[in-house]
Design a protein around this ligand. Structure first.
Ligand SMILES: N[C@@H](CCC(=O)N[C@@H](CSCc1ccc([N+](=O)[O-])cc1)C(=O)NCC(=O)O)C(=O)O
Length: 216
């Protein structure tokens, strides 16, 4: 049975691939695994039926036979383990790729996420200017450190891995905020990720869902 993921019926990212089903779609395309998508409204996300799969009422989830997973990082780890692509065969290299998945989610994404939520929720607050300057600084510090690590390499640690896939999707969100253009090396890294045929198939698939919803 082919796996089923969940995604927004009409994504607030308006088809820009910023919602986290994009990571799972991209990984499924990289490993060559066909998949079905169950599209959910915001109301359906919060219903008990979905919360049984995803306790926080969010997307994506991943169902495959009797396996039900949530958390995009866990889903990518499963796909990497299951398909022998996205995670290196060498044991130490595989663990380093997993480190980079965690780094993307737990070191780079938090300030990026914080800044993107500020843009949506705090723009009119009296503290916005001062606090956004602080959070901007945190994003720029992490991006500078990422540039240092990357050097002139194509990917974070040898071959393209799930760590790069996760990092590229985090940088997409930062790019939407204008941070990536300040770091040419990260802009080039992001472009390399987006140039991958698997990325483009995943991007088109999620964008077509939004376009279809708009046409209704
Ligand atoms: N840690 C979880 C986080 C999942 C998550 O944040 N899901 C969001 C969508 S992706 C996050 C997201 C949302 C919107 C944009 N955007 O650009 O508009 C980008 C990313 C969701 O379901 N939100 C609905 C809710 O919480 O009620 C994971 O990685 O799977």
């Amino acid at each position: 049975m082919i796996p089923t993921i969940t995604a927004f019926e009409s994504s607030p990212d308006r088809g820009r691939g910023l919602a986290r089903d994009m990571r799972v779609r991209w990984a499924l395309e990289e490993v060559g695994q066909p998949y079905d998508v169950r599209l959910l409204s915001f109301a359906e996300l919060k219903q008990p039926a979905h919360r049984k799969l995803q306790p926080f009422g969010q997307i994506p989830t991943y169902e495959e036979d009797d396996l039900v997973l949530f958390e995009s990082g866990a889903i990518l780890l499963h796909l990497g383990e299951r398909h022998g692509v996205l995670l290196p065969k060498d044991a130490n290299a595989r663990l380093r790729a997993i480190s980079w998945m965690f780094a993307a989610l737990n070191t780079i994404e938090p300030p990026v996420f914080e800044r993107s939520m500020m843009q949506v929720l705090e723009r009119k607050e009296p503290w916005f200017e001062a606090r956004s300057a602080m959070v901007d600084q945190r994003v720029r510090q992490r991006f500078g450190e990422l540039v240092q690590h990357l050097g002139d390499a194509d990917w974070l640690d040898g071959e393209f891995s799930a760590g790069d896939l996760m990092m590229v999707t985090v940088l997409m969100r930062a790019d939407a905020l204008g941070f990536v253009e300040e770091f040419p090396a990260l802009a080039a890294y992001l472009a390399r990720g987006k140039a991958r045929p698997a990325f483009q198939r995943a991007f088109e698939a999620q964008a077509s869902v939004f376009q279809l919803a708009q046409a209704r």
